[in-house]
Design a protein around this ligand. Structure first.
Ligand code: MEV
Length: 289
């Protein structure tokens, strides 16, 4: 029997712009998905198609038990975390000898297959390695870890990443001059943010600008706007959509004294609030009780 866990992720800056080759900054966050795999000759078929693919791709059979602290389908990378934790547990249980890079690559190809071609290599990379990751075109650069405490607000409004990516593409066709200018502005915000990681008030300001730019390209949602405004009113340095938008999650950066208030403000807007910070470990082996 082998148990592994993998963390969730948020985009701090640059979502959507990364689709057009602009930089993006993502961070692994502490809520985790934990997966136990045990060899079995005649296991029941796993319910998750991600887990089914993990067994198919590795050519082994086993039972699986999943525990998750991450809300699914909310943009926090839960499918990538499940896939990476499952592959890591299979790796140990069946002594496959995969490296962490190989697990991340295989997880990405599984996500692509299950999601019919649309998957983010960012999610599988960040959940495998943890920490802060700067995406620049095809490169994934691991930055020195920083403690960036966040309050994540899950709007519970369901959304579809593919549709939101398409929406931006359509908007760009209709209004190329405007949308390209916004994507360039997002790039400038992300570049400045990389230099401001130790300055929370400045980082918060940059989050506010990034949020406005995401709204400008059509990925806002009234529920997310409410959460962003409520967080700022409760004392956050800044707040923004995280991930695809149109529903899903937002994040707020707040001073320690205001974190509880920000979480309370989100809950009074019917959202689920998760107070969290950076995860620096990525996929990790869990001891059995
Ligand atoms: C979704 O979490 C982030 C997007 O930029 C898509 C991607 O990077 O794959 C919208």
């Amino acid at each position: 029997m082998a148990t592994w866990s993998a963390p969730g992720k948020v985009f701090l800056f640059g979502e959507h712009a990364v689709v057009y080759g602009k930089p993006g900054l993502a961070m692994a966050i502490q809520p985790r998905v934990q997966v136990t795999v045990r060899k079995a000759r005649h296991p029941a078929r796993p319910r998750s198609s991600y887990i089914q693919e993990c067994f198919r791709e590795t050519g082994v059979r086993g039972t699986v038990y999943v525990r998750s602290q991450l809300p699914s389908a909310s943009g926090l990378g839960s499918s990538a975390a499940v896939t990476v934790a499952t592959l890591s547990a299979i790796n140990e249980e069946f002594e496959k000898g995969y490296t962490r890079e190989q697990v991340a690559d295989l997880a990405f190809s599984i996500e692509k297959k299950v999601q019919h071609g649309l998957a983010s290599p960012t999610d599988t990379y960040v959940t495998s390695f943890g920490g802060l990751v700067l995406i620049r075109g095809p490169e994934r650069l691991r930055l020195p870890p920083r403690n960036i405490p966040l309050v994540v607000g899950n709007s519970r409004v369901s959304h579809n990443t593919g549709k939101m990516v398409e929406r931006v593409a359509r908007e760009r066709e209709v209004r190329p001059a405007m949308v390209n200018a916004v994507l360039e502005a997002i790039e400038a915000v992300t570049e400045e943010a990389v230099g401001a990681l130790q300055n929370p008030p400045e980082l918060g300001r940059l989050m506010n600008i990034n949020h406005a730019l995401l709204e400008a390209i059509g990925v806002g949602h009234p529920a997310l706007s409410r959460l962003v405004l409520a967080s700022r009113a409760a004392g956050a340095y800044g707040a923004k959509i995280t991930g695809a938008g149109g529903g899903g999650c937002m994040i707020a950066l707040a001073p320690k004294r205001a974190r509880g208030r920000v979480a309370g403000a989100m809950e009074s807007c019917d959202a689920q609030a998760i107070v969290t910070t950076i995860d620096t470990q990525g996929a990790r082996r869990e001891a059995h009780a």
